[in-house]
Design a protein around this ligand. Structure first.
Ligand code: ZN
Length: 444
């Protein structure tokens, strides 16, 4: 009897010990990973995508996202999206201001971007590209300077919402203060005219990248379009090589989007800094002259550079022209505007309600967001996750994929990347981390 009692007692002790060890093991699992953020991306067919991420990585997540081990709760893709720094490396809004009188601080009926749309989309850093129309080519320098003046006016008229940065520390300070951070790029090296010192003037005025050509060739190089459609050979000129050298010296990014292949390889041979393609896609997925071949993508990666994936359906999908139909906004503008008015102050709710509304709508034809994800994924699979980002080209005359109808739709990119199994670390790199790495190295 006594033996039996002891047996029961020891069994009980063993059981308690086992329970203790088991609990402790679970506890230790978290403790080992003290800085781990355990995120359950709810709301998808596959809800068991648990992703751990190191929250120590500077500026990647704000403090409110750190989930303590004793209060694990679900965080959805929207939290990840709005916490991450989102950088878009190419936007032509300033052209819409010049050409059509768009107003930055308000929702414009004829633009794809403006302050309300940037806010809704969770955008943190926008490179505003100054493009030079053909009738201004002969006065490119002064035209670009006048547009930089215009950007500075936007800054002073909207000083609580946007500030322009000149270096990496500015970017962090401005985005920490919850303002949109503006950067300035130039699309078309004609702006340099024949004077290398103009590069210094641009730099002093905040310009941090110059796209060496647009579709037209110039004194710096041949363009991708002229090379492909007119058989124009050449690449960088002697002056072009001097331009690269000066840009490297002052700490300005060389942008190879729109550049001919010959010009591209000349840049790779001559640059001493990483280069960017601010808004270009993959030639292997769609053989368009504006897209980069595998060899070019590999060269950008080897050089430590960056490629921003463009949302133009023609660059994303070779059949886009044939299939084009109305996009989601064109089809359902009144409903989408209504949702924006109703929930616009609560971005999480707004996105959820918009998702819900669009989920049962069949938007066929054109190109879908999946193509953007395909191009991002292609670059990732070819050279790794560290070289790809977003260069939408919004307001640059593009027809974007159906769902990505304006700058308020960036959260859908995060949603799709999560669904594709990207970790939160990888997503943060795509959303902005990769560009910021290159920017810090080159521009300081
Ligand atoms: Zn462009």
């Amino acid at each position: 009897m006594l033996v039996k009692k002891y047996r029961i007692l020891s069994l009980g002790v063993i059981l308690i010990l086992l329970v203790f060890l088991f609990n402790n093991r679970i506890f230790l699992k978290e403790e080992e990973n003290d800085n781990a953020l355990i995120v359950n991306y709810a709301g998808f067919e596959n809800t068991d995508k648990n992703i751990s991420a190191n929250v120590n990585e500077k500026n990647n997540l704000n403090k409110s996202s750190v989930i303590k081990k004793d209060s694990i709760k679900e965080v959805n893709y929207l939290t990840l999206h709005y916490d991450a720094l989102l950088v878009d490396t190419h936007n032509d809004f300033i052209w819409k201001v010049f050409d059509k009188g768009a107003v930055f601080g308000q929702r414009n009926s004829f633009t794809q971007s403006d302050l309300p749309r940037f806010k809704a989309g969770g955008l943190d850093v926008q490179v505003f590209a100054v493009w030079i129309p053909m009738n201004k080519i002969s006065r490119s320098f002064s035209f670009v300077m006048s547009q930089i003046e215009r950007l500075k006016n936007i800054e002073s008229e909207n000083s609580s919402d946007i500030e322009f940065a000149k270096n990496y520390d500015d970017i962090i300070r401005i985005t920490d203060s919850k303002k949109i951070c503006g950067l300035i790029g130039i699309e078309g090296g004609t702006a340099v005219e024949k004077n290398l010192d103009n590069i210094n003037t641009f730099f002093e005025n905040g310009v941090r990248y110059i796209g060496l050509t647009w579709n037209n060739s110039n004194g710096i190089s041949t363009s991708a379009r002229d090379e492909t459609e007119r058989g124009k050979l050449g690449g960088l000129t002697e002056f072009g090589i001097q331009v690269i050298k000066r840009m490297n010296e002052v700490g300005m990014l060389v942008d190879v989007s729109h550049l001919s292949e010959a010009g591209f390889w000349d840049v790779i041979d001559n640059t001493t800094s990483p280069v960017i393609a601010s808004h270009s896609n993959c030639y292997s997925l769609n053989p368009h002259f504006r897209n980069l071949t595998d060899e070019q993508i590999k060269a950008v990666a080897k050089n430590g550079g960056y490629i921003g994936v463009n949302f133009y359906d023609k660059f994303l999908d070779k059949d886009a022209d044939l299939n084009r139909t109305l996009n989601a906004y064109e089809k359902y503008s009144s409903e989408l505007n209504e949702l924006n008015e109703k929930y616009g102050d609560d971005l999480l709710k707004y996105n959820e309600e918009r998702d819900k509304f669009l989920s049962d709508k069949k938007i066929s034809g054109g190109t879908s967001i999946e193509k953007v994800i395909e191009h991002i994924d292609y670059i990732k699979n070819l050279v790794g996750i560290d070289y790809v980002g977003i260069g939408s080209d919004f307001d640059g005359g593009i027809t974007p994929p159906n769902e990505l109808y304006d700058a308020s739709t960036y959260p859908l990119i995060t949603k799709r990347l999560v669904e594709k199994g990207y970790t939160s670390e990888e997503i943060k790199k795509v959303l902005g981390g990769n560009f910021l790495r290159v920017f810090k190295i080159v521009c300081g």
